[in-house]
Design a protein around this ligand. Structure first.
Ligand SMILES: [Ca+2]
Ligand SMILES: [Ca+2]
Ligand SMILES: [Ca+2]
Ligand SMILES: [Ca+2]
Length: 310
């Protein structure tokens, strides 16, 4: 038994010296790909945590706010480079949460830090904003100029000429019935060849300003309520709304404006850290991953537009 113990001990030492760089055992950081952010008392804190064992990796950057990272330019991108302070900490607690550690002015007294390694670092944020109208048609399919670049943002089509290109316009034909309610892709397979076409001629309903072909624009078929919503104007409930009933052609209630449009915004904020100088770490740079948007305010998740009426 003693021989076996000695043999195991020897193997252990062989591994220790052959696997490490010199006499120091390098630590390889093992956090997942997302990070969080909050405004701490010393500045903006970017952090990630893990359990078993409990560890945190955080960067504090003074004179930076989350809004600064979302202020993209006309090309919807932004590169932000800052100097910060990185901390790699280990804890004896079996469970830790990032908000407890970094987002409270006075952290919980239950937190027990075992090791705290600190280094200055260079932080590079890359922000990319994408916008969508969530109208049931992928943005790439709304690039109907077919200019060959597969980018809906360049030379975009604006069917109703209201200033909102189709890929950002949740009512593409400006008839005050949302595109998603005009069934552009009934079976949801991404192929629009089965788009609803009520009058059976010409354009599908989502691009057709007079859906039932009765000579009255859909947006003007507001028989009962003048609320920029022709869906709730129904003379014959057996057939449905008047804008889909060619036998009802009411010209008394022309629309005077478009309904308000909502455009969703998605920010992807990735962070790379360079210039880490901590002896026990085997790396001097670290891909911090992508910011989870849990701390981004609702103002940054959507915007509303009331298009110019024409
Ligand atoms: Ca438009
Ligand atoms: Ca659209
Ligand atoms: Ca229509
Ligand atoms: Ca009608």
């Amino acid at each position: 038994m003693r021989k076996l113990f000695f043999a195991l001990l020897t193997l252990n030492f062989i591994c220790l010296f052959s696997c490490s760089d010199g006499d120091i055992i390098d630590v390889e950081l093992d956090f997942d790909g997302n990070y969080s952010a909050c405004q701490g008392i010393k500045g903006l804190v970017l952090y990630k945590t893990k359990s078993a064992p409990s560890e945190s990796l955080s960067v504090i950057i003074t004179s930076l706010a989350i809004d600064d990272l979302l202020a993209v330019g006309d090309d919807n991108t932004l590169i932000t480079e800052k100097t910060g302070t990185l901390n790699y900490r280990t804890y004896s607690n079996t469970k830790i949460t990032g908000t407890d550690l970094f987002c409270k002015d006075i952290p919980s007294s239950d937190i027990n830090i075992v090791n705290d390694y600190e280094s200055s670092c260079e932080a590079t944020f890359t922000t990319i904003l994408t916008e969508d109208d969530n109208d049931g048609i992928p943005a790439a399919l709304e690039d109907e100029n077919l200019d060959g670049d597969n980018n809906p943002a360049t030379n975009p089509t604006d069917t109703d000429k209201d200033g909102l290109p189709n890929y950002l316009d949740e009512d593409d034909d400006g008839d005050n019935v949302l595109t998603k309610d005009e069934n552009p892709d009934p079976n949801g397979d991404g192929n629009l060849s089965d788009a609803q076409n009520t009058d059976g001629i010409g354009l599908p309903d989502y691009l057709e300003p007079d859906d039932d072909g009765d000579g009255v624009l859909t947006r003007d078929e507001e028989t009962n309520t003048q609320d920029q919503n022709p869906k709730n104007d129904i003379t014959n409930s057996d057939i449905g709304p008047d804008y889909l009933n060619k036998d009802v052609a009411n010209t008394d209630t022309p629309a005077t404006k478009y309904r308000k449009h909502t455009i969703s915004k998605t920010y992807i904020v990735t962070l790379t850290i360079k210039g880490i100088s901590i002896d026990i770490l085997s790396q001097d740079e670290q891909s911090f991953g992508t910011l989870s948007d849990s701390n981004i305010g609702s103002n940054f998740k959507s915007r509303t537009e009331t298009p110019a009426f024409n």
